[in-house]
Write a protein that binds this ligand. Structure first.
Ligand code: NAD
Length: 297
C-alpha cells in the first residue's frame, strides 16, 4: 500500500481521495476549504495542514485542481513548490483538466528536478468519481503509466495511455468539446419537445432508444424531475460547473487555433455557455444550460 498526497478535494477530488482510502492506501489530504477537509476526514483520509505537509515523504501526489495556474503554482512557481521537496521515486499524477502546454511544461520542470509528472485528466463526472468508475486519460512515458496504473485502478474503470506528456489533456479536451456540444443539443431538442406539448420523460425515453441517444440523455438529463440523482433534480447543485465547462471549451478553442482545426460546433457551444455564465449561472452544474432555452416564467 502506498502513501498518497491528495491536493484538491472538491466535487471530484473528494470522492476520488475517499476511494483511495477505502482501498487501503494512506491518504494525506489537503484543500483550501475547511469543509472539504472535514468531509475527507470522515471518509478515512488524514488531514494535512498544507500541500507541503501532505506531500512530504509521499510515494504519489495526486492533484485535482480547477485550472493550469493552480497546478503550475503548486508544483513549480508557488512559494514552496512541491517539486523542491519530493523524492526521486515519487510520481505526480495531475488529474485536473488543464491546457496541454502547461502540462508539458510542468512535466519538464519536474524532470529537471528528477520528479516524474503525468497528466491524467478524467471523464465520468461526480457519479463516476463516487462509484470509482472514472475513465483516466494519461499522458506520460510507458514506465510512468505502468507505475500509475494500480493507483488509478482504485478510482477508475478504464485507464487509457493517450501518448506522451500533454496527450491526455488533448484527448480530454476533444471529449469535453463533444460533451458541451451534446449537452447543448440535448437541451435544445428537449426544450422544443416540451414547448410542443411533450412530456420530457417520454421524449427522453424515445430519444434514448433512437438515433439521438447520447451520454447526457442516458445519465445526465438536464430537465428537473426526469432522472433521480442528477444535478437537474437538485437545483443544479454539485456536478460539473458551467465555469469549468466554459474553461474546457476555451481550452478546446486554443487547441483548435494552434492546430488550425475547424471547430464550428465547439465554438457555438462555447458561445452558448458564455451567455449562460454571463447571466449569472457560472457556479451551477452545466446541465443548467437548458435555462437558456426555456421561456422566462
Ligand atoms: P471543484 O471546484 O469542486 O474543486 C476544486 C477544489 O480545489 C476546491 O475544493 C478548491 O478549494 C480546491 N483548490 C483550489 N486551489 C487549491 C490549492 N491551491 N490548494 C488546495 N486546494 C485548492 O472542481 P471539480 O468539479 O472537483 O473539478 C476539478 C477538476 O476536475 C477541474 O479541472 C475540472 O475541469 C475537472 N473535472 C471535473 C468534472 C466534474 O464533473 N466536476 C469532471 C471531469 C473533470
Amino acid at each position: 500500500m502506498a502513501t498518497i498526497a491528495f491536493i484538491g478535494l472538491g466535487n471530484m477530488g473528494g470522492p476520488m481521495a475517499a476511494n483511495l482510502a477505502k482501498a487501503g492506501h494512506t491518504v494525506k489530504a489537503f484543500d483550501l476549504s475547511p469543509k472539504a477537509l472535514e468531509t475527507a476526514a470522515e471518509q478515512g483520509c488524514q488531514v494535512a495542514e498544507s500541500a507541503q505537509h501532505a506531500a512530504t515523504g509521499a510515494d504519489f501526489v495526486i492533484s485535482m485542481l480547477p485550472a493550469g495556474k493552480h497546478v503550475q503554482g503548486l508544483y513549480v512557481t508557488g512559494e514552496q513548490p512541491l517539486f523542491d521537496l519530493l523524492g526521486n521515486d515519487a510520481l505526480v499524477i495531475d488529474c485536473s483538466t488543464i491546457d496541454a502546454e502547461t502540462a508539458r511544461s510542468v512535466a519538464a520542470a519536474g524532470a529537471e528536478k528528477g520528479v516524474g509528472f503525468i497528466d491524467a485528466p478524467v471523464s465520468g463526472g461526480v457519479g463516476g468519481a463516487q462509484a470509482g468508475t472514472l475513465t483516466f486519460i494519461v499522458g506520460g512515458t510507458d514506465a510512468q503509466f505502468q507505475k500509475a496504473q494500480p493507483i488509478l485502478e482504485c478510482m477508475g474503470k478504464n485507464i487509457f495511455h493517450a501518448g506522451d506528456h500533454g496527450a491526455g489533456q488533448i484527448a480530454k479536451v476533444c471529449n469535453n468539446m463533444l460533451l458541451g456540444i451534446l449537452m447543448a443539443g440535448t437541451c435544445e431538442a428537449l426544450n422544443m419537445g416540451v414547448k410542443n406539448g411533450l412530456d420530457p420523460k417520454v421524449l427522453s425515453d424515445i430519444m434514448k432508444q433512437s438515433s439521438g441517444n447520447n451520454w447526457a440523455l442516458q445519465v445526465y438529463n438536464p430537465v428537473p424531475g426526469v432522472m433521480d440523482g442528477v444535478p437537474a433534480s437538485r437545483d443544479y447543485q454539485g456536478g460539473f460547473q458551467v465555469d469549468l465547462m466554459f474553461k474546457d471549451l476555451g481550452l478546446a478553442m486554443e487547441v483548435s487555433q494552434q492546430s488550425a482545426s475547424a471547430t464550428p460546433m465547439g465554438s457555438a457551444a462555447r458561445a452558448l455557455f458564455n451567455l449562460h455564465k454571463a447571466a449569472g449561472h457560472g457556479s451551477l452544474d452545466f446541465s443548467s444550460l437548458i435555462k437558456l432555452y426555456q421561456d422566462a416564467e
